[in-house]
Design a protein around this ligand. Sequence first.
Ligand SMILES: NC(=O)c1ccc[n+]([C@@H]2O[C@H](COP(=O)([O-])OP(=O)(O)OC[C@H]3O[C@@H](n4cnc5c(N)ncnc54)[C@H](O)[C@@H]3O)[C@@H](O)[C@H]2O)c1
Length: 351
Amino acid sequence: MREGKIGIGVIGCGAVARGFHLPAVRRHPSVALLALADVDETALDRAAREFGAERATFDYRDWIKDPAIEAVIIATPPEVTPQIAIDCLQAGKHVLCEKPIAISYEMGRRVVEAAEASGRKFQVGFIFRFNAGVRMLKRWITEGAIGSPMVIRLGAFNEPWMVTDPDHNRRVIEVLRTSTPLVVGGAHLADMALYFASSPPIRVSGVSARTRGELPEDNHWIGVIEFADGSIGKLEMGWLHPIAEADEHRGPYPQVKYPEIEIFGSRGIAWHDLRTGRTQLVRSEGVIQKRLPPYELNFDAQLEAFLTAIREDRPPSPDARDGYRSLSLTLALHEAIRRRTSLEIVQEEEG
Ligand SMILES: NC(=O)c1ccc[n+]([C@@H]2O[C@H](COP(=O)([O-])OP(=O)(O)OC[C@H]3O[C@@H](n4cnc5c(N)ncnc54)[C@H](O)[C@@H]3O)[C@@H](O)[C@H]2O)c1
């Protein structure tokens, strides 16, 4: 039964699609999953079995022109994402695209151009924007409860080294061959830093380290951003660090500190714990504590925002330009860190 529903195709049936996007699609009453594509047979079969779809193919171009498919979710590795996004937009599809939208300025710009030329909705999967705790922090900033200039401390230490899952390690190492944790995972942190900051970034610097000699690239990156109003941001991305894998310690990386989302200002310190949903504002007058919904449910809110933009013909948010702003910031940090120097950020003309 798909009367009145928006027909959706999903390209890339790996971890984030199976774990989060496809369950959100299944839970949503107004969408019908019509097609799946993945170049990997195992991933494709597994998703097709678990979620069902009228079509499951290795090549998305087999179904991308089907007019019944109005929208596409792209959850592929970043080196192939931009061309797939451009193909989908040119086929007239609305796109919910995983971050980063690209790993080079050139491809990032091409995605923005294709999105804007298409007249379709293009939303980037900056999932933290749909996190109630992150929104709460933004509200406290806007209301002046934190004070500025701010120190914005963001960090993520996902993609651990898993002795029991060498396939996982292999996939992460593959990503390190074409990019870095800073550009791939750091896309979220850069978007969040830009979302929280009240002024543009003007200078970047930082350091990186390789804690495992066998890796093709540094696995821990610490970037520093200076903003025009004197605020500073710290973006820290660490991959392939050890975790305990015994059953009693399982859970989302319990012994590695979960993403840091902390803001210090003259009036208050605020933080959000992504794992528990605890969100706190500490000020001399007292402490405000909230417990807000956890990470998984953000995918429902993200999908709903995308569908609303389509239904009501409204601009999506975050859009392709947000995707490009985040990419430019991580690429600038990447270059500064590589050269062990600090670089000024020149604002690109937006027109
Ligand atoms: N929003 C989030 O919180 C979040 C979380 C994890 C990953 N991501 C992003 O989502 C993307 C996918 O990450 P993942 O962890 O699911 O990776 P993954 O490697 O588990 O899955 C990617 C899938 O894409 C498939 N693929 C590769 N090339 C393809 C092509 N040309 N056509 C169709 N399928 C193709 C692969 O075979 C694989 O099954 C990445 O860009 C990552 O940065 C976002």
